[in-house]
Ligand binder design. Structure first.
Ligand SMILES: Nc1nc2c(c(=O)[nH]1)N[C@H]1C(S)=C(S)[C@@H](COP(=O)(O)OP(=O)(O)OC[C@H]3O[C@@H](n4cnc5c(=O)[nH]c(N)nc54)[C@H](O)[C@@H]3O)O[C@H]1N2
Ligand SMILES: Nc1nc2c(c(=O)[nH]1)N[C@H]1C(S)=C(S)[C@@H](COP(=O)(O)OP(=O)(O)OC[C@H]3O[C@@H](n4cnc5c(=O)[nH]c(N)nc54)[C@H](O)[C@@H]3O)O[C@H]1N2
Ligand SMILES: [Mo]
Length: 766
């Protein structure tokens, strides 16, 4: 067997059998309904599956564990307020398969690591705490008490609390996130990296610096009322399918949609809403009126070109295009911005972004005439070196039009994980504000650490360099979600202990520290019963609505604990008499946790009462209310940034790492990317036909992908070339297979987000 083998950090480079189909131009429809049903039936069975789906996103049900798109405030479909990919997420969690001690006894860790991520995830729910001793080859069962004691012993043996790292993924509820940061800060560190560091961090920084609040400003109502919706760097048909219903409603109200993307994603083009009669009869809604096929990272040039054209239109017909009243009253830096803009020409900017001048003019014409604009974006903007500046450029455009802080207008960074925004609100942040720390001190009476901690990228470096020795994760799959997979693996292997609170098995459990623990927790769909009373947790969606979430399925094992209970028990073992927090009380009823969240976090007054109202409540949002206050100026800020042109050697390409239709981040539901016409294979690279020819390749060839940033040679082995409608010199591959190529050193300025959408690669025949 494999006692000497080191568990593999990368999925095996095996092919599963590529089949190519047509690239779809319509999202959802009946196939989406059929496929939801297949996933649910296979994993959870008909009864359990239906039971879960009927409560998905209902006011008395649970929050969808998939994306953070909000639920309609009022008229929710009473049987099906969910989408295909929400149903897949539920199926994945509601599965009846479980991993018993026999499974772990029969499978060495290194053998499990030889499986693909798809195969690993399909094994089932983790059913009891598991422990891998130093030098061990197989996980063994361990009692909860012993597990907590082991973690406490390791943490208490460190020279400083700053040698420990506490990661959070965005499914963690508000209650769990609040307790987690409380435990970590009372223990004594701010080392709290989270998935947000890899996700919308750039949005938070950009919006904070330009508008004074790091969250989006719009509500669903604003989307319905918008005259123009610009969607940049986002694939809603796959990643936020319920957004399509909102876009459909906006279209019905007369909105124009402008999509900006290197790929003609199906969900940007047309939508068949399976929940309406029209959709059922295959009468599609046309979504994007204008599709601007930018080059990867061409967005800043494109927006500058639009802004220049708006200035021209305003010069031709003064006072008809820009909102001078808004600019004068609410903004700062307009003249400087305009001055900087004038160094460019539209022709030159069009060349930079790859969009023909005529198309940019058409978009500018729409923007010139309308007043209420919403800008939506996701990872296509945030995961770039200049992401913060690009997002600020989007804000500039909205500010010129006075399109923020009023109905039907504003910013809409579409969040990823279902509670990633809530986790940050609860204080999961390596750079806590002094105000938060002060309130923790006032309410609890301990002095929290004041110095900033490690974010995700800094955490990997600290573990690599031996400055951090214990790694704990509240959910997620740190190894596979982070950049430079082999370096991250080395970082985790350097640790004395790695701990994962998880629902399902993943590669981070297999690439481990000297000792390792897996602590199995309840998921969103599970009933959480404490002393005979069903508990609920709360989440914050992408638009700042706090809602309750109550699971309704029987857990697959009696040994699962909820995340809040796990933290309370670990905190007691870790902090013992030192703690000033009543962990016992929190563990008895989550209302007690919420009562204290209310004392620490602004905006949660009468939390327990208000969250019990059907539909929950909105958190205050200054930008939404039209109040901006950057650096005490009382104004929103225009920002000035320049375009940094990219020069590629003749054999280099830009690669973006994107999601297929059948995955949720590192969880692989299936092997199809239906809308893009790629079936039964994930190891593909989408390339422009002309590039394929120029490189002397042909579609179907097997290639290795190589990145050579900072003198390191990173190779992703064996990908099949697929000819695709993508700009020249641009390529696309799926995350996480190609994370091995994303250099740890390649990060966004200011937000330190790994640059996952612009990896410079060479393509060589394997
Ligand atoms: N089913 C499902 N739902 C999900 C997820 C999932 O994996 N599966 N993940 C969740 C999470 S955590 C997140 S953050 C979101 C992610 O949601 P998205 O951001 O939609 O996800 P990506 O697949 O990373 O897609 C990025 C999109 O940006 C485009 N793009 C890439 N580079 C550029 C660029 O330089 N400019 C422009 N304009 N476009 C570009 C790509 O072509 C692609 O359409 O989805 C959430 N929801
Ligand atoms: N190259 C590249 N890398 C990327 C990205 C990209 O676009 N390209 N996107 C980045 C983005 S946007 C994000 S958000 C990160 C995602 O990074 P993570 O959030 O770390 O990764 P996930 O794949 O979402 O985590 C999945 C695991 O979470 C656990 N889990 C699921 N539900 C629960 C639960 O309720 N409780 C607990 N405790 N555990 C649970 C399961 O064990 C599952 O295996 O990846 C980032 N990495
Ligand atoms: Mo994300």
């Amino acid at each position: 067997m494999s006692s000497e083998k080191i568990p593999a950090a990368e999925a095996p480079a095996h092919f599963t059998g590529l089949k190519l189909g047509k690239i779809k131009t319509v999202a959802a429809g009946i196939p989406a309904v059929m496929i939801s049903a297949q996933h649910i039936l296979k994993e959870a069975g008909a009864l359990r599956g239906m039971k879960a789906l009927l409560k998905l996103n209902q006011k008395d049900g649970f929050d969808c564990p998939s994306c953070a798109w909000p639920d309609p405030d009022d008229d929710r479909s009473s049987v099906a307020e969910y989408c295909e990919n929400g149903a897949k997420a539920v199926a994945e969690e509601a599965t009846l398969k479980k991993l018993t001690p026999d499974f772990f006894a029969a499978n060495a860790v290194a053998d499990l690591a030889d499986l693909s991520d798809y195969e690993i995830g399909k094994k089932g729910r983790i059913a009891q705490p598991m422990y891998l001793p130093s030098g061990g080859t197989h996980y063994k069962p361990i009692s909860w008490e012993t597990a907590f004691q082991k973690i406490a012993n390791h943490l208490n043996a460190l020279a400083s609390p700053d040698e420990a790292i506490f990661y959070t993924s965005g499914r963690t509820s508000n209650e769990a996130a609040f307790l987690y940061q409380l435990m970590v800060r009372e223990y004594g560190t701010n080392n709290m990296p989270d998935c947000s560091n890899m996700c919308h961090e750039s949005s938070g920084v950009a919006l904070g610096e330009s508008l004074g609040i790091g969250k989006g400003s719009v509500t669903l109502e604003d989307i319905y009322k918008a005259e123009v919706i610009i969607i940049l760097g986002q694939n809603p048909g796959t990643n936020h399918p319920r957004m399509l219903s909102a876009l459909q409603k906006a279209k019905a109200n007369g909105a124009t949609i402008i999509a900006v993307n290197p790929l003609p994603e199906a969900g940007l083009m047309n939508f068949l809403n399976p929940q309406t009669v029209k959709g059922f009869l295959s009468i599609k809604t046309h979504l994007a009126d204008l599709f601007l096929q930018v080059r990867i990272n061409g967005d800043m040039a494109l927006i500058k070109a639009l802004a220049l054209l708006l200035l021209e239109a305003e010069a031709e017909q003064p006072d008809t295009v820009l909102d001078h009243h808004f600019i004068a009253k609410h903004t700062h830096g307009y003249e400087h911005y305009v001055q900087n803009l004038q160094q460019y020409t539209v022709a030159e900017l069009a060349g930079d972004c790859g969009v023909p001048v005529a198309q940019i003019q058409a978009a500018a014409k729409v923007l010139a005439r309308k007043k209420n604009i919403v800008a939506c974006w996701a990872m296509g903007l945030t995961q770039h070196k200049n992401a913060v500046d690009t997002i600020k450029e989007v804000v500039n455009l909205l500010l010129m039009k006075g399109s923020i802080g009023k109905p039907g207008a504003g910013t809409c960074p579409v969040r990823g994980h279902s509670n990633v925004q809530g986790d940050r609100t609860m204080g999961i942040f390596e750079q806590p504000s002094p105000a938060l720390l002060q309130r923790l001190q006032d309410v609890y009476g301990f002095i929290p650490p004041q110095h900033h901690g490690f974010d995700t990228v800094h955490s990997i470096r600290a573990m690599l360099e031996g400055r951090a020795k214990v790694f704990m994760a509240m959910g997620g799959n740190f190894l596979s979600a982070t950049p430079d997979t082999n370096l991250t693996a080395q970082a985790l292997r350097n640790c004395r202990l790695t701990v994962h609170v998880s629902t399902k098995l993943n590669r981070s459990h297999l690439v481990h520290g000297q000792e390792a623990l897996i602590l199995p927790c309840l998921g969103r769909t599970d009933i959480d019963m404490i002393s005979g009373e069903r508990q609920f947790v709360t989440c914050e969606n992408s638009m700042g609505v706090i809602q309750m979430s109550k699971g309704n399925l029987e857990p697959v094992s009696d040994e699962l604990l909820s995340e809040p209970v796990i933290i309370c028990r670990l905190a007691k073992a870790l902090l013992e008499d030192r703690s000033k927090v009543s962990w016992d009380v929190y563990e008895q009823h989550y209302d007690h946790i919420r009562n204290d969240i209310e004392k620490v976090i602004p905006g949660f007054d009468n939390y327990n009462e208000r969250v019990r109202h059907p539909g929950g409540f909105y958190l205050p949002n200054t930008a939404r209310e039209g109040r901006f206050n950057i650096l005490g100026s009382g104004k929103a800020h225009f920002s000035v940034a320049n375009i940094s042109p990219l020069s590629l050697a003749p054999d280099e390409y830009v690669m973006m790492t994107i999601r297929s239709h059948d995955q949720f981040n590192t969880t692989i539901y299936g092997l199809d990317d239906r809308y893009r016409g790629v079936y039964n294979e994930r190891r593909v690279i989408l390339m422009n036909e002309k590039d394929i020819q120029r490189a002397g390749l042909k579609a179907g060839d097997v290639v290795d992908l190589i990145n050579e940033d900072d003198g390191q040679r990173r190779i992703a082995h064996r990908f099949i070339v697929v000819a695709y409608n993508i700009p020249e010199r641009n390529t696309a591959t799926y995350f996480p297979e190609t994370n091995v190529l994303v250099p740890l050193s390649s990060v966004a300025e200011k937000s330190n987000t790994p640059v996952s959408k612009m990896v410079i690669i060479k393509v060589q025949k394997a």
